[in-house]
Design a protein around this ligand. Structure first.
Ligand SMILES: [Zn+2]
Length: 186
């Protein structure tokens, strides 16, 4: 059984699409040191999935009434909140299949509804003004991100939780790029 929550995630993403970490294990250690993540979720040769760290709730503010956040899987519920690190050789666009919003063209500022049909690996053609612009120049309205590195925090519905500035600042300090966030649902 899967819930709507389990289908959605919050993603932290560097501002610079080409940014990546040279030393992945140091990056993981740094995320552990700031208390965003803790130990690796035990599975075969998996260095991407981690339990949330002891400062997680200082960094991620949940809106509304206090939700029952599950940090570990139980027999009844396999949707739980953990952190997944994604790395790619070239920048990838992660976007929402559901709850999606049309990105806004940087040239005319109009929503581009057919963007998925007008896209190649680095640009999107606007069907309103006919301008082709780099993917990262579009305003994805916090429902997509384009990068080589993503920090996914699972089991968060769009706007249900918001990363605090202190977390974005700490990520900037350990990576030499600014960070932003978005939501995506499968
Ligand atoms: Zn346009």
């Amino acid at each position: 059984m899967s819930s709507a929550h389990g289908q959605c995630s919050l993603y932290l993403v560097p501002d610079q699409p080409d940014f990546t970490v040279q030393d992945f294990s140091s990056f993981v250690s740094a995320l552990q040191d700031i208390g965003l993540i803790s130990h690796r979720i035990n599975s075969d040769n998996n260095d991407t999935d981690y339990y949330s760290g002891e400062r997680f709730l200082d960094y991620i503010a949940y809106m509304g009434c206090a939700p029952a956040i599950q940090f570990e899987a139980t027999d009844e519920n396999h949707d739980f909140c953990f952190i997944k690190l994604h790395r790619y050789d070239v920048a990838e666009l992660i976007y929402s299949n559901t709850q999606s919003r049309a990105p806004h063209c940087p040239a005319c500022n109009k929503p581009v509804r057919n963007w998925q049909h007008n896209m190649n690996s680095t640009t999107v053609l606007c069907d309103s003004c006919g301008t082709s612009s780099d993917i990262e120049k579009f305003d994805w309205r916090k429902m997509a991100g384009y990068a080589r590195l993503f920090i996914e925090i699972t089991d968060i519905f769009p706007k249900e939780a918001i990363p605090q500035q202190i977390l974005l600042d700490k990520l900037s300090a350990l990576s030499d790029t600014n960070w932003q966030y978005f939501y995506s649902c499968r």
